[in-house]
Design a protein around this ligand. Sequence first.
Ligand code: NAD
Length: 462
Amino acid sequence: MNNNELETLIRSIVREKLEPARRENATAALFDDVERAITAAHTAFLAYQQCPLKTRNAVIAAIRHELVPHLQVLAERGAQETGMGRVEDKLLKNRVALEKTPGVEDLVTEAITGDEGMVLFEYSPFGVIGSVAPSTNPTETIINNCISMLAAGNTIFFSPHPGAKNVSLWLIEQIEAIVFTACGIHNLVTCLREPSFESTQHMMKHPLIALLAITGGPGIVNMALKSGKKTIGAGAGNPPSLVDETAVLDKAAQDIVSGASFDYNLPCTAEKSLIVVESVADALLAEMQKCGALIVSGDGNIDKLRNVAIIDGHANKALVGKSPLALLQAAGLPAPDKAPRLLLVEVGADDLLVSVEQLMPILPVVRVPDFDSGLRLALKVEGGLHHTATMHSQNVSRLNKAARLLQTSIFVKNGPSYAGIGVGAEGFATFTIATPTGEGTTSARTFARHRRCVLSNAFSIR
Ligand code: NAD
């Protein structure tokens, strides 16, 4: 049987069994207390650990196939429940997570052989992973983490954001039914019916949790790092976009407007400031206006926008992920006839709009005299978060210099920021970019223990 025939067989078995299993298993995966949920996930792990790799492949294939009809609903419900982001972009993010998150094939075995025998390096599961998902990518993160973590042989206790509870629980129930049908084991994914900050804190200390995977802001990532458990921390970013005088300006403008307006700037990877060399600044801004950006000018107007966007030095949560029109309205500014895709404001390098991660489609623009001063500012704005930066230039030496100095987990050259998470670009999809802990763009192998298996004096057959 070839791979296509195998996939068709798996799909037909899944279809045949799925509906009855969904009915039987309507409440599995969801629990009332942390203890029961984690114990159930651990029992599931002990059973899953005994399964061959073809079972894991079947689980991943079933998730990929069976969630497709739900993608639109997930995007709509995610935007509606959180009150953040754009449905079309959420649909794309969920689709990319489903299609482009690597499965079991990511666990590549390495071997060393010689006169004294053989050594294998293999990726094996940790056990139960405590996965914390953000409100900004609620279902995208769950899909992405599910595929990566289950492919690596783990089971999962999810802590969704309470603000995205309903859509997250609904998705987890769907995945439970799909996965159970594919492998016959309940509770590979678990969650609480009422997820809360307290339950997340309890989970972080639970002895049966082998690994924490935390996607969120600095508060929750730092809390996990203090827990004493191994933590994969995917934290906040503040990605600068640097444009020098050699850039192809119409392409740079299109890329920056597309990236910074994507899902109303909710992705942690999205361009959060634009640093442009003075000699091309006017031309770049003119091109960006052609792409749907609106320049908000005049000190009074910029002050009004800043005052509603940032409160006490932090992004105003009530406006995170809102549309440009909603932001103009909140600031009491007039709305143009055509809805803008992005708001541009020219500010100084020390402006709060530059230094605070807003997660709103307001892009502060700072002019610099030359590339070197732009790079210095980009380093300051990124703030050592090791997250994401983008740059538009035709000068390879400068691109190389920026890549080396910025040390970001994702560095996109001459493209929109979302190219760095696999949207419209080469490379796998990820929604957990481990920045403070250094794993970078995560996939199945990130959620696996790297083990060394030695055989003395045999199996070198060269
Ligand atoms: P958040 O920090 O408010 O919440 C993230 C998660 O942590 C949620 O599940 C929430 O319930 C939980 N949490 C927060 N405070 C808690 C507490 N005191 N006790 C227990 N649990 C707590 O973040 P958010 O607003 O949902 O997401 C946006 C942030 O996440 C941004 O800073 C963004 O940059 C970051 N982010 C990072 C990545 C990445 O891959 N690096 C991806 C997406 C989002």
